[in-house]
Design a protein around this ligand. Structure first.
Ligand SMILES: [Zn+2]
Length: 412
């Protein structure tokens, strides 16, 4: 979609959504009234940017009836829950008569982001609906004929069984979190190539995918790998193309802004908080909703030819550590580590005493002791701390298949 059409479409959706939220969702009405905002006055993107940024904490403060569209009947929505990286649960309503689910009823197992991705890759509708999908996820949905859902718990209890099931089902697409996919690839690597599951694509979501992880998974399964970015609250926001530089935004279903600390939009190319407005959850529209991630929007054309803008996400801002009396944000660790992503498949920082932090690493094939030394030096030079770098064979992950990147073991 050309830029001017995209902007026109998004502005129309935004106006519609603002009127709906003001008229029907008490939490928004109270918030906007308190700041003197009238929905009729929201006519441009500039006006829209005057609306306060919302977040999980804002909605958590309200009673459930204040965050549900007041004319929805109880059958019109259901509650979903996300724990997020902060560990605070958040319950929010989602419309049952999802516009996209109605339009793509026959493809209910594929979410819209994935469908769009496959269209992007040049597959026809016909081919896509013939594809088989396997997902490893915390709560397996009931299997549709073309879908195989495996619980994350199986990865722990019967990893060989997971590989066997995938091999028998022969999915075209495998979708899971990077942590789970890396663990699966580590198992599959021990098998001769012809005994590994044959896949056309691997898709990842729910965690940042490191370049080393992409390379490794691609090598083990001999197929390309794509990353999706999204939130439980709003679904997929973007996915990467074969160029693998930034995630093309799903501009038709959401409007993504990168903003400063005061919620003012930043121009493309500048780094800030990622805020999203999603067009289709009418039970509770998420408007200028803080994703908790930071990132940068790329506006220049992508070599792949897609016109959708791209977003580079730089992980969660949250998570603090106090070491030797100094306070560190996890993002500072992550920043250093991103320079070493070719040597690390998975990692975890553990505070093991008041003064000491351990960096546990499952190494990528390119790992060497010299590189580990350089890594340690980078920490010393940048932050003044020297983590003990420890190569391990196992880093536990959550039931949902996510790595806990920082753990405080002194708190026990
Ligand atoms: Zn592209």
């Amino acid at each position: 979609m050309p830029g001017f059409l995209r902007r026109r479409w998004q502005l129309a959706q935004i106006k519609r959504l603002v009127a709906l939220a003001y008229g029907h969702v008490p939490a928004y009405r109270t918030l906007w009234r308190a700041t003197g905002i009238e929905p009729e006055r929201i006519r441009t993107f500039f006006d829209f940017a005057t609306l306060p940024v919302t977040d999980k904490q804002f909605f958590r403060k309200h009673r459930e009836e204040e965050i549900v569209h007041d004319s929805f009947s109880p059958g019109g929505y259901y509650f979903m829950e996300t724990s997020g990286s902060t560990g605070e649960p958040f319950r929010f309503p989602r419309s049952t008569s999802h516009y996209l689910q109605r339009r793509f009823r026959h493809a209910k197992a594929f979410d819209f982001g994935m469908l769009r991705f496959l269209f992007w890759r040049g597959f026809s509708r016909h081919e896509i609906f013939d594809m088989k999908l396997a997902e490893i996820r915390i709560n397996p949905r009931r299997g549709a004929p073309y879908c195989l859902y495996l619980p994350t718990a199986d990865m722990r209890n019967d990893p060989a069984g997971v590989l066997r099931a995938l091999r028998e089902f022969e999915p075209d697409v495998l979708n899971s979190r990077p942590t789970v996919l890396v663990e699966l690839a580590r198992l599959a690597e021990r098998l001769p190539r012809e005994e590994r599951p044959r896949l056309r694509f691997v898709l990842s979501h729910g965690e940042e995918l490191m370049p080393s992880q992409r390379e490794y998974i691609r090598d083990v399964f001999g197929c390309d790998m794509h990353e999706f970015y999204g939130l439980t609250e709003v679904g997929a926001i973007g996915g990467d193309c074969e160029v693998h530089h930034g995630l093309h935004l799903f501009e038709e279903t959401c409007f993504v802004e990168v903003v400063d600390a005061e919620g003012r939009p930043l121009p493309a190319g500048e780094f800030g908080r990622v805020v999203v407005t999603h067009f289709y959850n009418h039970a509770l529209p998420f408007i200028r909703y803080d994703t908790g991630d930071s990132g940068v929007i790329l506006d220049e054309p992508c070599p792949c030819g897609l016109r959708a803008r791209r977003l580079i996400v730089r992980g969660r801002l949250g998570g603090f550590f106090t070491i030797g009396g100094k306070r560190f944000n996890y993002s500072e660790f992550q920043m250093i580590l991103s320079g070493f992503s070719t040597i690390v498949l998975r990692y975890q920082f553990a505070k093991v005493s008041k003064e000491a932090v351990e960096l546990r690493i499952i190494p990528a094939p390119a790992y060497s002791a010299e590189e580990a030394l350089r890594l340690r030096q980078a920490f010393r030079d940048t932050l003044g701390i020297e983590p003990v770098v420890k190569v391990v064979d196992n880093i536990p992950y959550t039931d949902g298949g996510k790595t806990r990147f920082i753990v405080d073991e002194t708190a026990r």
